[in-house]
Ligand binder design. Structure first.
Ligand code: GLP
Length: 250
């Protein structure tokens, strides 16, 4: 695992975006996994800026989202489909047929999970999976306690996100909001992983995930076992680790 610490927020977004641009340029016909959130949103914007200045070939690239909210419209601005479409697929000129996402509506999400994995395997392996991290250590929608052996599944939405989505979408109380996510086992099968985190609110979980025990209680701690995982942080997210504990690079 290599850990790089950026000195400013802008440097953090740019550093991560350049790493992704570099990987895409080296493997222009490969499969790349993205995730949504405030952290990756800033990185996507920086990646689009790089692309506009120094265009790279995206015509053969296949991209997918790590997770999706169930039982909301794809047109909802908080759906992962909508976010990645507008943050990446459209501005990078990625052909829409090369954008793979699970549906948000279905009468059989179990089947959708298997179909999603099969669609990815048909284009796989995943050359690079970009991951954010939740303050409780979740990756994708794999909350603490998720099995390291999990494959794509629908996890229970955490109460805070659940109420935000209901507020924003006006979903009825009986709408079953869930988090359809690639499982930890799927994530670990990616050839390369880039974990990104910024801000003070991530400092404790970053310490726990990168330096603490590998445990299902902290899903992101599994990344310590991945043979090619790179971590990019800002100084705040790295704030609870001493340089000598992780061999600081910047
Ligand atoms: C959501 C997503 C995760 C993401 C996380 C972090 O829970 N399902 O894939 O990593 O948010 O979001 P943020 O960057 O906004 O902290």
């Amino acid at each position: 695992m290599t850990i790089t610490v950026a000195n400013t927020e802008k440097e953090f977004y740019n550093l991560a975006a350049w790493r992704i641009a570099e990987e895409i340029s080296n493997k222009p016909d490969a499969l790349f996994g993205f995730s949504t959130g405030r952290t990756t949103g800033g990185i996507h914007a920086a990646l689009v800026e790089i692309y506009n200045r120094y265009p790279f070939d995206t015509s053969r690239l296949t991209v997918f989202g790590l997770d999706e909210i169930t039982n909301v419209s794809r047109d909802y601005f908080g759906s992962c489909y909508y976010m990645l479409l507008n943050e990446l697929v459209k501005p990078l000129g990625i052909p829409v047929e090369n954008y793979i996402m699970p549906p948000t509506h279905s009468n059989n999400f179990l089947r959708e999970c298997r179909d999603y994995e099969n669609a990815l395997s048909a284009r796989g392996p995943v050359a690079l999976q970009i991951l954010g991290i939740g303050e409780n250590g979740h990756i994708g929608f794999n909350q603490p306690g998720s099995s390291f052996g999990s494959t794509a599944w629908v996890s229970k939405m955490d109460p805070e996100l659940d109420s935000r989505i209901r507020r924003e979408t006006g979903s009825p109380p009986d709408a079953d909001l869930g988090g359809l996510t690639l499982g930890i086992k799927n994530i670990m099968q990616s050839k390369k992983i880039l974990l990104v985190a910024n801000g003070e609110r991530k400092a404790q979980i970053i310490r726990d995930a990168l330096l603490g025990p590998v445990t299902e209680k902290v899903p992101a701690s599994v990344l310590q076992l991945h043979p090619d995982c790179e971590v990019i942080l800002d100084t705040e997210a790295a704030g609870k680790m001493r340089d000598e504990e992780f061999g600081r690079r910047n």
